[in-house]
Ligand binder design. Sequence first.
Ligand code: GLY
Ligand code: MN
Ligand code: MN
Length: 454
Amino acid sequence: MIRKWLPKCCLLLVAVATSLGTAHALDRQPASAYHARRVALADKTQGGVAVLFAATQPLVDFMPYRQDEDFYYLTGWNEPGAALLVQAAQAASGQFPARPYREVLFLPTRDLRMEKYTGEKMDAATPDVAKKTGVDEVLPMTELPSVLNKLLGSDYRLRRNLWSQLDLPQSTALATWTASTLGMDSPPAFSDVRSLTMGLRTVKDAGEIELLRKAADASMKAQLAAMKAIKPGVNERAIDGLILYKLLENGCERPSYSPIVGSGLYSTVLHYSEDSHDMQAGDVVVIDAAGEYSMYASDITRTMPINGHFTARQKEIYDIVLGAQRAAAQAFVAGKFLLGDTLHRGPASAPSLDRVAYDYINTHGKDLHGQPLGQYFLHGLGHSVGIDVHDPMDYTKPLDKGMVFTIEPGIYIPEEKIGVRIEDVFYVDQNGKLVDLIANLPHETKDVEAAMQR
Ligand code: GLY
Ligand code: MN
Ligand code: MN
């Protein structure tokens, strides 16, 4: 389901720096993994230079800090205010000298007063800073305009081969200031570095799969605890609280989106996150909730009967949704299927899993008026998952090895107060096999009912 993460819960980050050298409490991949990504990014620029900025400290006190996704992907660095420069190797040609591959992490000046609030930070003068950060070269942030000035001054072609995050004000400021330092009458035009990192981030490495698996494991524990706590009279928000507790207890730093606990009619409201109603016997509840482990998200939905037993009609709808999820998973062939666009209807350039699920739903069961159920499948079948719960991906390309995505069909019939969604995260292994990271959480109605027994 397409839904943006909302920072509803002002949870303090676990990643609190306690001393120099332990800059974060997240599981970091080996330095070589981040280095390999920077080299891959440099290759994509074809002789260019990329400059990425870290997310800044939130303005509002006590709001949790979350690093810019691309910056984190390339560095594993979880502190605000830094910048990364990646320069591709370039052979000498004519008047232009050769350039070697170069990577520089720019760290901001330490603010000793703020460190009373935030804890100690590293800067470029910290002993062994390159080893500690895993980046070849570390310089003070004040050097960034100067380094860029020298690069653009020595090779004017670079003015057309610069990449940055166009959505951040720092990139505009840097372009403008660089133009001033070079006496240019207009700023160099940065291209969107996120268009390059998207291709890299789509294919996960083994270390990322491990983090996604940890996010999935913690999230399954939270979902299971929720299943056991559901009964008539319990408020949806109490389930919210339990889920958050279980996620954090099991190593997550926060939920990967604002949890949805929607019972009765609210099971049919796709973006319901008010989570304020008392649950009623005879209704179902949709729980779409999962956590983020060391910056990697999970995304899980289960649907449960509030009194512990599905009615015949609820079971019928549930089994159709489960059948659609299984039909899509069984149809999957690596390199052949699109996940699907936002909705199932358009002409597809290749077979899509979304179409498989839609066709299944539309040819099984009927509504109260004898009409097919496809009209009640209101959202796309899934999305890529990674550092973002909706990770960037080119949806016009087939799913292939190393990709991680949800399969989450749903049927929502307000007239019957029945909403059912079942959502698992899958990845495509190196043999092209689809692996369900949520396989250990109940799927069948009988197993959901059994798990609800305390
Ligand atoms: N929980 C967000 C989604 O399913 O897309
Ligand atoms: Mn989802
Ligand atoms: Mn979800």
